[in-house]
Design a protein around this ligand. Structure first.
Ligand code: HT7
Ligand code: ZN
Length: 841
């Protein structure tokens, strides 16, 4: 397969002035007629007229009304064209019903739906399918379906047809079409300048009761973007459609967002608090793309972080404002360490802005999204909140309607602040997580911190250079009071010292407050003191995490008993009623088993997944013992008696109550969990109780009851599939997953169901890495089966194997055998071939 390089970018030889599309819908034989006005692009040197097109049957093509015979290949067509503006017309036939890859125009549960990002539009018609080619679109849809939707504003409609016009020039990846028997959940919004906007959330009949929360989240997002970023919506209508078969969470098509139903449909009975929070964040994310992604888009796919990093950053700000900022920050860091640090430590490491790819779909990664957002956060920390706002305003003013690069983004910050951000830009071009080693000294009354940074080399960045690292830090006095409030230190060199004179006694430093940079901090801090006293909520939590991790590592390596300093500190925090229950629930959490494996590997040990599993279990037991006296009182005190609301306050209470229930179940054999299960009126309480009961005597009966109750609800049944694998004993995980794949409701072509079952196996550290290789073999079997049907989802799930070099020789041999088996599968997709190739490197 061909490798595409950032350095090879050249503009397209033609501009597109107008696009007119007509769709004659039929499940297996949809006709797409296009009428496109092209003109030679004065900025381009290469004037080859190449239109992308894949899996299309061309029926005819014309230039200025004259029939032409283009040269067609598997990737597209070329044709001789005049050197002046001209009109291209063509008709192609496509097969939405046969499209299982869920890219282009496809059928899902009887409806038509599109997914064009990144390169799916070329499966709809011949077109320059690249983000720097922008045009207005007018779309006519002919079909018997009662609801016919596309981007922009509705122009006219009649029985069996509808016409839409999108006045905002956009790249083809933002095109969307939806048609089907759908029900609208309507809403209204008036923008800050008085534009009246019609809102609709379209769902399949039967899902109407799951729309209210999503609609409110959309309105909240619209208000927030006006207030915080001054961004107003720009069409008369904003539609969201829920689709059952979808490769990712959602898609920001202009004026017509398409959502995986799991990312928008919610009701108290069927969705957990976590589901609600995720839905709110995804709705915000897609809505915010209207400006960061749609009005200002990417010049090429190497610039993906330009829209994704910024939009993730914006949605995390939104969630922090809507809910609890410390809880959001801690959750984001847990996620970053679990997914992005893992990428950076292994063969899939790549810069936030990659420099080459074979299949762009493989670069919708935690590095591009989450590390991309961290980079924006660092930029804001470095320049300050006001300067950040000014720079972003300039970005919108200067680049509205354009397809931009990271250079454009950095330039607005340089121009508006006068700073040289040349070194800062390395965050976009270097892979790898910097390690920051901290040493301290105290002489006279001067306290000094010395930082040494080192980024481990990786395939794409063999020789990393020093980064600009903003380190937010404060100093605490021995009594726990603040000796110095938070300051931001700017580390730019390999080694750098900062002195703080006037310290009457040796202070205790609190370093990297709020996790101000995505680095690994190597500092032997006084974690027990910081857990008790730090005024920064993130670092207080971080201290509990560090103590827990240290203790777990000592158990794994030397069989040591859980650390009493950790357990004592934890007990005090959990008992502290002045703290947010959600925060206290996070305090009880332990590092993921995969994170422990990563740390052992980084420190030169070979992780044993079974030993890690046992150590975590022993720690849970120790927590139950240490918190013993408060388990029932705290559980009782955090039962919510009011009507269910998925807000931060109520969900925090449920989180702490359920954290107590997890530990109570270790003691009472499941009596309280069973009572909670029996009386639960919302999914948060029901699912938590079910999870605790699995493995106990009552588990099978509870699973049976749950299935009987929810067998007709696809999203709830995904939970049922996933939970059984997650809660399986390590030796049973692969067998449990196998049994579930034989269940009559296991529809492996549905990405949600596939991920719920096999994704859960890949996430079950000790189960996936079972000594006999059963986890590896089962996942490989299913990836081989899924690849010809849905390459995107297959390739994404290959990343389960990315950590293979951490493990012992026997496990490495077992994994290698599966990687080779996948790699040698005839006809393997480009997506999966690239992923397996990189993982095996
Ligand atoms: N911009 C979107 C990314 C995307 C996608 C979404 C659904 C299916 C396939 C997809 N490929 C790429 C989602 C987002 O970041 O908002
Ligand atoms: Zn996005």
């Amino acid at each position: 397969p061909q490798t595409i390089y950032l350095k090879d970018y050249t503009p397209f030889g033609f501009t597109v002035e107008e696009v007119h599309l007509t769709f004659d819908l039929a499940p297996s034989a949809t006709r797409v007629t296009s009428r496109i006005k092209f003109a030679p692009n004065p900025d381009a040197t290469d004037k080859t007229f190449f239109l992308h097109g894949e899996e299309l049957t061309l029926r005819w093509a014309k230039i200025d009304g004259e029939t032409v015979e283009p040269t067609i290949t598997a990737e597209g067509l070329t044709c001789n064209v005049p050197n002046i503006p001209f009109v291209w017309e063509s008709e192609v036939q496509i097969d939405p019903a046969g499209n299982t890859a869920l890219e282009g125009l496809y059928r899902s549960s009887g409806m038509y739906c599109t997914q064009c990002e990144a390169e799916g539009f070329r499966k709809i018609t011949y077109y320059p399918d690249r983000p720097d080619v922008m045009s207005t679109f007018t779309v006519r849809i002919n079909g018997p379906e009662p609801v016919l939707l596309s981007n922009g504003n509705p122009v006219a409609s009649g029985k069996g047809w509808a016409e839409w016009h999108d006045p905002w020039p956009k790249p083809a990846y933002l095109f969307a079409l939806v048609a089907g028997e759908l029900i609208a959940h309507p809403g209204k919004f008036t923008t800050m300048n008085g534009r009246k906007v019609e809102l609709n959330l379209y769902v399949r009949p039967g899902d109407e009761h799951k729309c209210a929360f999503g609609m409110q989240a959309l309105k909240d997002s619209m208000v927030w973007d006006e207030k915080v970023y001054g961004r107003e919506y720009d069409l008369d209508i904003f539609n969201i459609v829920a689709v059952d078969d979808f490769n990712m969470g959602a898609m920001e098509n202009k004026g017509l967002n398409v959502f995986n139903s799991s990312a928008v449909l919610a009701s108290p009975e069927t969705s957990t608090d976590q589901n609600f929070e995720r839905i709110e964040a995804i709705i915000a994310h897609e809505y915010f793309h209207n400006w960061t992604g749609n009005r200002i888009t990417c010049r090429d796919w190497f610039q993906l972080c330009l829209k994704e990093g910024l939009t993730v950053y914006r949605d995390s700000q939104f969630t922090s404002d809507m809910r609890s900022a410390p809880v959001k920050r801690i959750s984001d860091v847990i996620d970053l360490r679990g997914r992005q640090f893992t990428e950076d430590q292994g063969p899939l490491a790549h810069p936030v802005r990659p420099e080459s790819f074979q299949e762009i779909n493989n670069f919708y990664t935690a590095t591009v999204y989450e590390k991309g957002a961290e980079v924006i956060g660092m930029l804001r920390t470095l320049v300050g909140a006001d300067a950040y706002s000014k720079a972003v305003d300039l970005y919108f003013d200067r680049h509205d309607g354009q397809a931009c690069t990271i250079e454009d983004w950095i330039q607005v910050f340089e121009d508006s602040t006068g700073r040289d951000l040349g070194q800062f830009k390395r965050w976009y071009s270097q892979a790898g997580t910097p390690h920051l080693k901290v040493t301290e000294s105290y002489e006279g009354d001067t306290y000094t911190l010395t930082f040494a940074q080192h980024t481990p080399p990786s395939a794409t960045t063999p020789d990393p250079k020093p980064q600009v690292i903003p380190v937010a830090m404060g100093l605490l006095a021995a009594d726990g009071s603040e000796a110095m409030g938070t300051q931001v230190l700017e580390i730019t060199k390999d080694t750098q010292s900062f002195s703080f004179p006037g310290q009457p006694a040796r202070p205790v430093p609190s370093i990297l407050r709020g996790f101000s940079a995505p680095v690994v901090l190597d500092h032997s801090a006084d974690h027990a003191f910081l857990l008790a006293h730090d005024t920064d909520p993130f670092n207080r939590w971080e201290s509990a995490r560090a103590l827990a991790k240290g203790s777990l590592m000592a158990t794994i390596r030397q069989g040591k008993a859980p650390d009493s300093a950790y357990l004592e500190g934890l007990t005090k925090v959990v008992a502290d009623d002045s703290l947010d229950p959600a925060y206290r629930a996070l305090m009880i959490g332990l590092p993921a088993q995969s994170e422990l494996a990563a740390s052992l590997h980084a420190e030169g040990d070979v992780p044993d997944p079974d030993a890690i599993h046992l150590a975590v279990d022993a720690m849970r037991e120790a927590q139950a013992e240490a918190l013993q006296d408060m388990l029932h009182p705290l559980y009782d005190a955090h039962q919510v008696t009011q009507d269910y609301v998925p807000d931060a306050a109520q969900s925090g209470k449920r989180a702490l109550g359920n954290a107590m229930l997890a530990l109570i179940t270790r003691r009472d054999g499941g009596a309280v969990a069973q009572a909670q299960y029996d009386t639960a009126t919302n999914m948060t309480q029901q699912l938590a109780a079910l999870g605790f009961l699995i493995g106990a005597e009552q588990g099978d009966a509870a699973l049976g009851a749950f299935e009987a109750q929810w067998k007709d609800d696809r999203l709830v049944m995904d939970k049922w599939f996933g939970l059984q694998v997650m809660k399986a004993k390590p030796d049973d995980a692969a067998d449990t997953a196998t049994a579930l794949t034989r269940h009559h409701d296991f529809n492996w072509k549905n990405p949600n169901r596939f991920r719920a079952t096999l994704g859960a196996l890949a996430m079950h550290h000790a189960g996936f890495h079972a000594k006999d290789g059963s986890g590896y073999a089962l996942l490989a079997d299913w990836l081989i089966k899924l690849d010809p049907v849905n390459p995107q989802t297959t390739a994404r799930m290959c990343s389960a194997f990315q950590t293979w070099r951490r493990y012992d020789a026997i496990r490495q041999t077992l994994i290698k055998a599966q990687l080779e088996r996948i790699a040698s599968t005839p006809g393997l997709s480009r997506d999966t071939a690239e992923m397996i190739g990189r993982i095996r490197e």
